[in-house]
Write a protein that binds this ligand. Structure first.
Ligand SMILES: Nc1nc2c(ncn2[C@@H]2O[C@H](COP(=O)(O)OP(=O)(O)O)[C@@H](O)[C@H]2O)c(=O)[nH]1
Ligand SMILES: [Mg+2]
Length: 210
């Protein structure tokens, strides 16, 4: 993917402030600190366009990144941050559900998991939730530089088993720190976008007027 232009189009939890529907959106979900912002920065080849942080953030917004004016990568608010109140949790759930349920442009939701750890209860809930909406269930296993390549398969198998992932091919080990499998992730995103483009658009098959 050639990146020509990136724009942070909206940072909001409110549907009224989402960017206009139309461009295909691919959303990223995962617990706080799993590496969502780092993944976005690596994909677009910028150091800190999507802000990363050492401490799990409390900012609960949905961030819409417009890529080349062609599609959007959508960074969903992270979960699993221990020090939040019930009201905060409820707000998170409302925000994310409104987006997942109501967003027509949303074509795929990718779950990010730390490759080192067995998925937790919240990860399982998130994955089941994603699957229940009919999404394919892609997983990016982040921070893959933290274990040796020889260990990747063992760890992705644990993820597959724990979350009932239909195919191991849906799990992509990835490292922002060492830029491992960047092309593979882009390839996967491109295939998601092509699938959408492959849908029949009546405007395309209408004969041109004389
Ligand atoms: N070693 C390593 N650290 C990473 C990687 N990706 C993210 N991190 C670190 O994990 C922390 C959280 O990353 P961030 O992208 O802000 O996570 P987010 O909360 O999911 O957006 C930061 O300290 C990052 O530097 C990676 O691929 N390898
Ligand atoms: Mg982030």
């Amino acid at each position: 993917m050639k990146i020509r232009k990136i724009e942070l189009e909206a940072v909001t939890g409110r549907p009224s402030q989402y960017p206009e529907e139309g461009l295909t959106e691919i959303a990223l979900a995962g617990r706080s600190n799993v590496g969502k912002s780092s993944l976005i920065n690596t994909l677009i080849n910028r150091n800190n366009f999507a802000r990363t942080s050492g401490s799990p953030g409390k900012t609960q917004t949905i961030n819409f990144y417009n890529i080349n004016g062609e599609f959007r990568i959508v960074d969903l608010p992270g979960y699993g941050y221990a020090r939040v109140s019930m009201t905060e949790r409820q707000k998170w759930a409302d925000m994310i559900e409104k987006y997942l349920v109501g967003r027509q442009s949303l074509k795929e939701v990718v779950l990010l998991l730390d490759i080192r750890h067995e998925p937790g209860e919240h990860d399982k809930m998130m994955y089941d939730w994603i699957k229940s909406f009919g999404y394919k269930g892609y997983i990016i296993a982040t921070k893959a530089d933290k274990i040796s390549k020889g260990q990747w398969q063992k760890h992705t198998s644990i993820i597959k088993k724990k979350l009932d992932v239909t195919s191991i091919d849906l799990i992509i080990p990835f490292s922002a720190a060492k830029k491992l499998n960047v092309d593979k992730v882009w390839g996967t995103i491109e295939s998601m976008l092509e699938l959408h483009e492959g849908e029949i658009d009546l405007d395309d098959i209408k004969p041109e007027e004389e």
